[in-house]
Design a binder for this molecule. Sequence first.
Ligand code: BG6
Length: 485
Amino acid sequence: MSLPCRALVLFGATGDLARRMLWPSLYALHKENLLPGAMQLVGAARHAVTQGEFIERVREAVRTSANAALYDDATFAAFASRIRYAAVGIGETRGLESLRAALPSGPGGVIYYFSTGPDLFGPIALGLRAANLVDEHSRAVVEKPIGHDAASAEAVNDALGSAFAENRIFRIDHYLGKEAVQNLIALRFGNAIFEPLWNSTAIDHVQITVAETVGIEGRWGYYDRAGALRDMVQSHVLQLLCLVAMEPPAAFTPSAVRNEKVKVLWSLRPITGEHVNRNTVRGQYAGGYIDGKGVPGYLEEEGAHSESGTESFVAIRAEVDNWRWSGVPFYLRTGKRMKQRTSEIVIQFKPAPFNIFAGIGQGLDANALLIRLQPNETITLSLMHKKPGLNQMQLGEVALNLSPGGAFGTDRRRIAYERMLLDVLRDNPALFVRRDEIEASWRWIDGIVEGWRVAGHAVRPYSAGSWGPSEAAALTERHGHHWHE
Ligand code: BG6
């Protein structure tokens, strides 16, 4: 049984993620009495900011966040009394002394949240170890990306591992904190009716789309080195694929769930060499219109250099080589500046084996299960129904709503990080990514990157506000499939 935590240290405390997600999430947990009573929150960053200035920044972050409605002065004052600021110098001798001074003494572990640029993950871990700030109760929470390929991910994991035991490391993929993603686990393994159909006998193909309308949001420095494949596919998209494709775990325990996810990653057919041309499409947005508003192209973004061949869109036809999924394509697609913000998984079932209505001119659409994560969380199953009235037998497709709606009472829409932070406090890593998962997913991604390099695979332009380059449509249409749009 682990002791309650005495402090949470947030490295990167003045950064974008901390401002938009982490402070507002911590505030919400505080307001709901979910933080241990005595727990202190230590913001650590390199800026020289006074305690008062820092508190005002946190206040502003909460008031302008998705949790703004939860703000009130009295609750914030109590929340602020937990907060300390420490200016730290990562990689400097005695650069963590101010942190030591800011940490409360007493029993209980310290959670170190690494919300900095990925280059600092290793140095922070090594610095904490050298400064003797880690013990067996400490936990590390690490943001993505861990590395930019398998070798660099291993190096980061080694550095983390030299300071923290693997079961003390919580690697965040915030998609796993989304309610609809957890509902996918409930849907698959809390109901008997789907499992007999959840395989290549009944399923024709699967689509996973994560489309964003935003551009790179001032992150040229990071994004241009990463691109959509590393930024989104290696993490969020492959995690969704794992949850769709994994075998039933022995129990809902961290090891059992993660054992099944990593097996899916091991079963992904490598896309290498000349296979990249047939199975992947890379795109880069040009200027265009989103919701009627003109937006610049990728190469016109702030800080851009005009020669960049980085992809802001990628589409992949993947296959999972195992007994359950052999022959079932998994179409994956993600992009920035697309027509709509939408994240969804489509399980497209095979058509009915025979159409008894063909003689009266009635076609049948194959059933599809649609699990939408964003912008709203819904689950629908499309079924053929008879249209009402005296028609002979006219059928139409109707989407049956399987979403829980208000069935369990309504909870406010939460920031995914609230759930993730609470799971760290509860010491439950089930929804965090294990070292072997990270490294297996990078190995698959590395094959594609290398294939692109060897093939000189060019990025295709697409207009901002579209669904990506036309080659992405061809990727599915070659096999008689269409993206769900
Ligand atoms: C992050 C990526 O991990 O996820 C961003 O680095 C992306 O590029 C973001 O915009 C998307 O998250 P969400 O929750 O808004 O879909």
